[in-house]
Design a binder for this molecule. Structure first.
Ligand SMILES: Cc1ncc(COP(=O)(O)O)c(C=O)c1O
Length: 380
């Protein structure tokens, strides 16, 4: 059988080992060291805009710290995008808060500004002003950030930008990860660049990133012995993982370019196929890294062929594809959470498929994926 085509495998630059070897040579096999500071600097200089960074051992840890820093406590409400990976929402639950789930709009597939405002008004009616709003730039696509910020500002609710999937994406010329009061990015193995497991908390407010660093390393007081007045966490990124990150940052622009090329390839080669549409930048204000190219399959126009039929056909020939994230309001763990929706995320989940999108894909592999999709649809 031909080798498996994966959805989004890691893609090394060849430079990672130099940084790891340097850490070994200097014996900084620790959660601090030159790679950690170097990696954070690399991220800040890439993002620009006076941003500060504290790296973490996962993106989820960064989200958890961000909510703590924004003051989320037990029984608070935290508004979260409904269509996302579960890690966007879990940290609210870690803190004993209630996630309030808000559906997406159809253009970017991210949180709907209209439903966001409806949810806020309803929370206020219940006497529960939300403590934070967490939005996502799904599969790399920036959300309607101006509208979201305007609403957050008018109700004075802080914003947490889950930019886990959108490193290198831009909105109105600025990079994703620079918009929220706090933002985070994930460097999980399937992301556009990786540290194998890792994340970063970002903010223009240095007090926030300083606090994150303090909390991520067990919240040790300034004393010559181990004294703790605050509960801390062991969330710091290791100097070895950060070394991988430094090697990865050297090729980030090429990785973005390649993922966008993949997206372009799929668009061009599936353009004439009835019943397939793409997650698409709504205007020139939106620039997606197209971390994952995602399509919608309209079974009414494909003679009944569904996204699941396509997924199975691809899997049969050893090609990995994946349904869109299952919305959070459909997850058993969030059954009891308030939900404001109009069916958008349900429909996206029902009909959406993420195609192989790795930056190592060859043209031959891309054409295999396209060929299987075309064949499946033609045979019907
Ligand atoms: C939207 C989103 N949020 C949060 C995370 C969590 O990041 P991590 O896996 O690094 O903990 C991920 C990725 O895994 C993600 O895709």
């Amino acid at each position: 059988m031909t080798p498996r085509i994966w959805l989004s495998p890691p893609h090394t630059s060849g430079k990672e080992l130099d940084f790891i070897q340097d850490a070994f040579a200097k014996n900084w096999i620790a959660p601090i060291g030159e790679n950690v500071t170097g990696f954070e600097q690399d991220i800040c200089s890439f993002l620009g805009k006076n941003i500060y960074a504290t790296s973490t051992n996962t993106g989820t840890a960064a989200l958890h710290l961000a909510l703590i820093i924004l003051g989320v406590k037990r029984d608070d409400y935290v508004i979260c995008q409904d269509l996302t990976f579960v890690a966007t929402v879990n940290p609210a639950v870690y803190l004993g808060a209630t996630p309030v789930l808000v559906d997406s709009e159809r253009e970017t597939w991210n949180i709907s500004p209209e439903l966001l405002e409806t949810a806020i008004k309803d929370c206020l009616k219940k006497g529960k002003k939300p403590k934070a709003i967490v939005w996502v730039n799904l599969y790399g696509m920036p959300a309607k950030i101006d509208e979201i910020r305007q609403i957050a500002q008018s109700y004075e609710i802080p914003l947490l930008e889950d930019a886990a999937e959108s490193l290198g994406s831009k909105y109105k010329g600025d990079y994703c990860g620079t918009f929220g009061d706090i933002a985070m990015i994930s460097f999980n193995g399937n992301k556009i660049i990786t540290t194998s497991n890792g994340g970063v908390l970002l903010s223009k407010n240095k007090e926030f990133t300083d606090k994150a660093r303090f909390l991520a390393s067990q919240a040790r007081d300034d004393a010559p012995y181990y004294q703790h007045s605050t509960v801390g966490y062991n969330y710091a990124l290791s100097n070895i993982s950060a070394g991988i990150g430094r090697g990865q940052m050297m090729v980030l622009p090429q990785r973005v370019e390649q993922r966008r090329k993949n997206n372009q390839y799929y668009r061009e080669h599936l353009a004439d196929v009835e019943g397939i549409s793409f997650q698409t930048e709504p205007s020139a204000d939106f620039y997606s890294n197209y971390w994952l190219t995602s399509i919608i399959v309209d079974a009414e126009k494909t003679n009944g062929i569904t996204r699941e039929d396509l997924r199975l056909a691809l899997n049969e020939v050893n090609i990995e594809s994946r349904p869109l994230w299952k919305p959070m309001h459909l997850q058993p763990i969030f059954n009891d959470c308030p939900y404001y929706g109009d069916g958008t995320s349900d429909a996206l989940f029902e009909n959406g498929l993420c195609l192989p999108s790795g930056s190592m894909l060859t043209e031959k592999e891309l054409s295999r994926v396209v060929e299987i999709i075309r064949q499946k649809l033609k045979n019907n």
